[in-house]
Design a protein around this ligand. Structure first.
Ligand SMILES: [Zn+2]
Length: 288
């Protein structure tokens, strides 16, 4: 499943191919993905110039003067810029034909999503889509499109912020961090890695983690996500290749998916349990 680093890598990979281009045509090969595709997409987008591609949590926004296409990759989605004559596959649900300068080959932005948990929705100018309204701050300082100059969340993510929001909460710190109203985009993989790196047990009540330890945890979240995005940079060439694998990337993980294996720090077997119905791995010795 694409996590925040894959979505941010997608955004960065697509930006140079999209910004400044006009959308000449929109082809919808089905009326819905996870949700119906609103008519505004096909009515408003053709003829519009893409002014920015932004990310909010795991959503991408293609901005035009007429409004923004709001995309989510769901479980299995990918967005690629391809030569215009690339054969259409069975799961290629949406094409946006891009303008070109004379002599350039035709290109199309194609949305492929075998499992169709992704979405393509519409956000009118000046509006905030309901899906984006109650989201917490971005964990990365440059999230949300950087050069577009638009900041999404006024609240700054930090250890002090996590400490303040967690007071009085008895839910496990892992569940607290995965709540999108607290902070966005820290999925199951990254929360496991950050808690391991910070030495905090995922089972510890969120309200019983000290300010100092939240400071360490916030720093580890930023470091781990930043590293993952940097590693994702090597897959950027795939975004214009018609037959490469999608841009998801393998990573070296210390805890996630390694239940029962030796802890990389102390050698004891890593524990595994379900928290909030999600697999959770941690070291009972190194994480308290
Ligand atoms: Zn350990």
């Amino acid at each position: 499943m694409p996590e925040l680093p894959e979505v941010e890598t997608t955004r960065r990979g697509l930006a140079p191919h999209l910004i400044g281009r006009r959308i000449e045509a929109v082809v919808l090969r089905r009326p819905d993905l996870r949700w119906p595709i609103p008519p505004d997409v096909a009515q408003c987008l053709p003829g519009q110039r893409i002014t920015a591609i932004r990310r909010r949590a795991k959503y991408l926004l293609l901005d035009t003067a007429a409004g923004s296409a709001l995309l989510h990759l769901g479980m299995s989605g990918s967005l690629r810029v391809l030569p215009g004559d690339t054969p259409v596959g069975v799961h290629d649900h949406v094409d946006m034909a891009l303008s070109r300068t004379p002599g350039e080959p035709a290109r199309v932005l194609r949305f492929n999503d075998p499992r169709r948990f992704g979405c393509l929705l519409w956000q009118a100018p000046g509006d905030t889509h309901p899906l984006l309204r109650d989201l917490g701050p971005e964990p990365l300082p440059d999230a949300g499109g950087g050069s577009s100059g638009t900041t999404f969340a006024a609240t700054v993510f930090s250890g002090d912020y996590l400490f303040a929001r967690s007071r009085g909460r008895s839910a496990p710190v892992k569940s607290f961090l995965m709540d999108q109203r607290i902070v966005v985009g820290v999925g199951n993989i990254y929360v496991a890695e950050a808690l391991f790196a910070a030495g905090i047990s995922p089972l510890r009540p969120a309200g019983r983690v000290s300010r100092e330890r939240y400071g360490r945890l916030a720093a580890e979240i930023v470091r781990i996500l930043t590293d993952a995005i940097a590693r994702g940079g090597t897959t950027l060439r795939d975004f214009i290749s018609p037959d490469g694998a999608p841009g998801y990337f393998e990573q070296e993980l210390a805890a996630y998916g390694r239940g029962g294996e030796p802890c990389p720090r102390c050698g004891r077997a890593l524990k595994q349990a379900a928290i909030g119905q999600r697999a959770t791995v941690w070291c009972g010795h190194c994480q308290r």
